[in-house]
Design a protein around this ligand. Structure first.
Ligand code: HDE
Length: 683
């Protein structure tokens, strides 16, 4: 598998980045001016115990550079992780769009994808409750196209002028900068209660969608309604979706909290190591397409970013595949410096009048000017188009291009009036000629005023267990809100979504039961429930717990089956080093119970061995209990079964015990594909 990944790596590189890659290994140390230095440990001093001299240019250069190593973190989506890959369309989309990268199924377009949390700082934990960013830069032959998406299909607000308000409210409170990367505080919920357009997004944020299992198991949504335009100038409304091939899956809240402490880099590590192993993450691109004549065919406004198009009403057509197949060489140069912008489009992709989208078209360049220190950020290798680009823009901080010649204006005669605008036939971008008329007003169309119907649609679409998780999440969040008034306002607000939601939450947090509320919306959209998503045992991580003297043949057989299904075993024993079976087989031990936690695994396989250790046995029993309470598959063979005798775990759903190894392997792998056994009562 490894060799395969290496050869793919070679083929799929974005060639232009190669030019900038520098490998320092084996080289002599120089200053930034290229001067070889004979000493790098001691500053230049007047006498061995004397003061450092101003003359020491090497010391000054090294320290000055270090002092300036940080740039401002992104104001939102500060914590992120990215990888390179490729995109390939399944069939030509010429009927709907002239975008060249969506025409030819044999063509691979290089991409760079950055995943992120929204709220926390750069150093915050990966598994916090939050939306996730899913931003893709397609390096197309017609210029860069950025699909700057989230893993939630709707947004908190309808008009971009409110973005600073919602972000101020969800960030740590300004007087004491608490809490980090969490919405469980007064100002956020005060915003929610007083800006009720947030209701639908809040339902998603309180759901399991906000605690994904992996970046590899998240959907992505363009959120806004965009436009496709074909060669004949015909336009269609379009919504973009990414569907992960492994399905959409989450962790449970207790795990999210434990992992935030045990492995704050959980999602980073997961993505990085999947790519290193050659288990390349894959996502299919889906589009919902509406002809222009259907603009007003719905009971919501398609320009309203707090609304989704139910997939049952407007089907998602799968049109291509994204594969992430190469990790970055350098986090700062690539992941930190990449600059996305919803306004980076190519011919065939255009905007609509969604007021949230319109605001984004301003904000993203503006933010890069500060973050990346000037107007030339498009020259940073990760941002540079792979096609040639020419215009009369010049100068500015950190300019790299050396434009030759004296003509830097348009129109001109001295350079034959070049660079010259390209006609549409030559690939020149023209904006879709939408007819627009109206008075200048600061107001919102009445068609944007229903804030609750789709929040209820979402609630109606959840299974019982997903609903329970939403109630628990509201309880956790509001339980951290100090203001009784804010708590009550939120409960009363969500009574408009469902009393089945608002009443239990009110009880849990000691608020008054709402006197009115309820919804007449009975519609559900099964596509919104994650439990209807694809399931697979592939890339799931199993803790294999064993001691010396285990049954070699049995364990080897099960591991062979794991490998076959792409399941990843990790060995836990008394000590790191090796563990030895009764016939002498040895395995490398990655962890003991002090260095890991059940929350970090998708399942547990209990092997045990002949060696008995009272403390280890006790720790093993609590490890199993934790995995059991997180509804994970548990398997045990031979001696391992004795660990399951605690608290009647043995007879529960998703617990596989057997001595027939063939049967065991099949049943346990099937249980791994099931992921969670919600029907279990906690012990
Ligand atoms: Fe963003 N957003 N956003 N956003 N957004 C940024 O741009 C903004 C919105 C999204 O990995 C910033 O370069 C406004 C929706 C992602 O680098 C900033 C509004 C969606 C990323 C900005 C929105 C997103 C950003 C901060 C409302 C889902 C991370 C740093 C009008 C479709 C990209 C930066 C990356 C980042 C502004 C709303 C997705 C400040 C004003 C809706 C994935 O420019």
């Amino acid at each position: 598998m490894k060799d395969d990944s290496k050869s793919k790596k070679k083929n799929l590189k974005n060639q232009q980045l190669d030019y900038f890659r520098v490998d320092d290994k084996g080289k002599k140390l120089t200053t930034n001016q290229g001067l070889k230095m004979a000493e790098d440990e001691f500053s230049l001093k007047a006498g061995e115990r004397g003061p450092t001299l101003m003359e020491d240019f090497h010391f000054r250069e090294k320290l000055t550079h270090f002092d300036h190593e940080r740039i401002p973190e992104r104001v939102v989506h500060a914590r992120g992780f990215a990888a390179h890959g490729e995109f390939q369309v399944y069939q030509s989309m010429a009927k709907y769009t002239k975008a060249k990268f969506l025409q030819d199924p044999t063509k691979k377009t290089p991409v760079f994808v950055r995943f992120s949390t929204v709220n926390g700082s750069r150093g915050s934990a990966d598994t916090v409750r939050d939306a996730r960013g899913f931003a893709t830069k397609f390096y197309t032959e017609e210029g860069n196209y950025d699909l700057v998406a989230n893993n939630i299909p709707v947004f908190f607000i309808q008009d971009g002028i409110k973005f600073p308000d919602v972000v101020h409210a969800f960030k740590p409170e300004p007087h004491n900068e608490i809490p980090q990367a969490s919405t469980a505080h007064d100002t956020f919920w005060d915003f929610v209660a007083n800006n009720q357009e947030s209701a639908h997004m809040i339902m998603w944020i309180m759901s399991d969608r906000a605690i994904p299992r992996s970046f590899r198991m998240m959907e992505g949504f363009g959120v806004h309604t965009f436009r496709f335009v074909n060669d004949q100038g015909e336009a269609f409304f379009v919504k973009f979706h990414w569907k992960p091939v492994l399905g959409t899956h989450s962790i449970v809240w207790e795990e999210a909290q434990t992992i935030a402490g045990k492995d704050p880099d959980y999602h980073r590590r997961d993505l990085w190591s999947a790519i290193e192993r050659g288990q390349f993450p894959e996502y299919e691109l889906g589009v919902q397409i509406l002809p222009e004549k259907d603009e007003f065919a719905f009971d919501f406004d398609i320009l309203d970013a707090t609304k989704l198009w139910p997939e049952e009403d407007v089907p998602v057509h799968i049109i291509g595949k994204l594969t992430l197949n190469r990790n970055v060489d350098n986090f700062f140069a690539e992941t930190e410096q990449v600059a996305f912008h919803p306004g980076h489009v190519v011919p065939g992709i255009d905007f609509t009048n969604d007021p949230l989208l319109q605001a984004r078209l301003f904000s993203y360049t503006d933010t890069q000017l500060l973050r990346l220190g000037g107007p030339n950020f498009h020259e940073i290798p990760i941002n540079k188009p792979i096609c040639p680009f020419h215009n009369n823009q010049r100068d500015g901080f950190h300019r790299q291009t050396i434009n030759v010649g004296r003509v830097d204006y348009h129109k001109n005669s001295l350079a034959g009036n070049t660079p010259a605008p390209a006609s549409p036939k030559e690939g020149g971008y023209t904006h879709y000629e939408e007819k627009v008329e109206g008075r200048k007003v600061r107001s919102r169309s009445d068609s944007f005023k229903d804030h609750f119907s789709q929040a209820t649609l979402f609630w109606n679409s959840m299974t019982l267990v997903e609903k329970e998780h939403i109630i628990d999440a509201f309880t956790f969040e509001l339980g951290h809100v100090k203001s009784e008034s804010v708590r009550q306002q939120v409960v009363d607000m969500f009574a408009n979504v469902s009393l089945d939601l608002a009443i239990p939450v009110a009880k849990n947090i000691g608020a008054n039961i709402p006197k009115s509320g309820g919804s007449t919306v009975t519609k559900a959209s099964p596509a919104l429930s994650q439990l209807n998503s694809r399931k697979s045992p592939a890339t799931r991580k199993v803790a294999v717990i064993l001691t010396d003297g285990f049954n070699d043949a049995d364990v080897t057989y099960v591991l062979k089956m794991f490998l076959h299904y792409g399941i990843l075993p990790e060995f836990i024993s008394e000590n790191l080093g090796t563990v030895t079976g009764s016939s002498g087989t040895t395995f490398d031990v990655q962890h003991n119970f002090l260095t890991t936690d059940a929350a970090l695994y998708d399942g547990v396989y209990m092997v045990r061995g002949s060696h008995e250790n009272v403390t280890f046995n006790k720790d093993a029993a609590s490890f199993i209990k934790e995995a059991f309470n997180q509804y994970k598959p548990i398997g045990a063979t031979h001696e391992g079964k004795r660990w399951l005798e605690v608290d009647g775990i043995g007879n529960s759903p998703g617990v596989v015990m057997a001595d027939d190894m063939e049967w065991f392997a099949q049943a346990f792998i099937q249980a791994m594909a099931e992921h969670r056994y919600w029907q279990r009562e906690k012990v």
